[in-house]
Design a protein around this ligand. Structure first.
Ligand code: AMP
Length: 189
């Protein structure tokens, strides 16, 4: 049973590594960004509420994000663990998650941070933009998303370090190299 959170700047390869970890541990991959994108493409009310923020590279308000995550964590497939990718993104969300899990006598087992150099992640995201055509993959929005990440999300690494949950892995290198580093770090844990 592993309940874990994956953090790292946009473009660090979180999505790819999340899939690797989830297959290995046989736990569901919960990506808030993917849930939003799915809802936007289906034109649901949630999608409509999230769309403008995402297109600007801003965070979707907690009044939209938190109930969505709460509902997802109540699905039965999470009872033997899960990997959250993209949530929490602020210290406030980290506290909400803690309280939510505490209310069902549960807690996180581990928080994995994939670190990456700013210029490298910008390069990667511009490449990805050509393939995936995400609405938030233009250079200005990418730079803004990184700023927002540094300001609002990076502090949660410190928060989790203080709670003795943080493992850091260097995200530079090939997909296989990073996966191997993650496997090694998780084994030690
Ligand atoms: P991602 O796919 O994780 O890069 O997320 C794409 C976008 O979805 C982000 O830039 C935010 O606009 C939004 N988003 C995803 N997760 C959250 C969250 N936990 N809180 C607020 N906004 C989020």
């Amino acid at each position: 049973m592993t309940r874990m959170v994956l953090i790292g700047p946009p473009g660090a390869g979180k999505g790819t590594q999340a899939k690797h970890i989830c297959e290995k541990l046989n736990i569901p991959h919960i990506s808030t960004g993917e849930i939003f994108r799915q809802n936007i493409s289906e034109g649901t009310e949630l999608g409509v509420r999230a769309k403008d923020y995402i297109e600007k590279g801003e965070y979707v308000p907690d009044s939209v994000t938190v109930p969505m995550v709460k509902a997802r964590l109540q699905c039965p497939d999470t009872k033997d663990g899960f990997l959250l990718d993209g949530f929490p993104r602020t210290v406030a969300q980290a506290r909400v998650l803690h309280d939510l899990l505490a209310s069902i006598d549960s807690d996180l087992d581990m928080v994995l941070e994939i670190t990456a150099d700013t210029e490298e992640v910008i390069k990667r995201m511009l490449n990805r933009a050509k393939v995936e055509h995400r609405p938030d993959d233009t250079e200005d929005v990418i730079r803004h998303r990184l700023e927002v990440y540094r300001e609002l999300t990076e502090p949660i690494a410190t928060y989790y370090e203080e709670h003795d949950l943080l493992i850091q892995v260097d995200g530079l290198g090939t997909i296989e190299e990073v996966s191997a580093r993650i496997d090694e770090a998780m084994k030690k844990n």
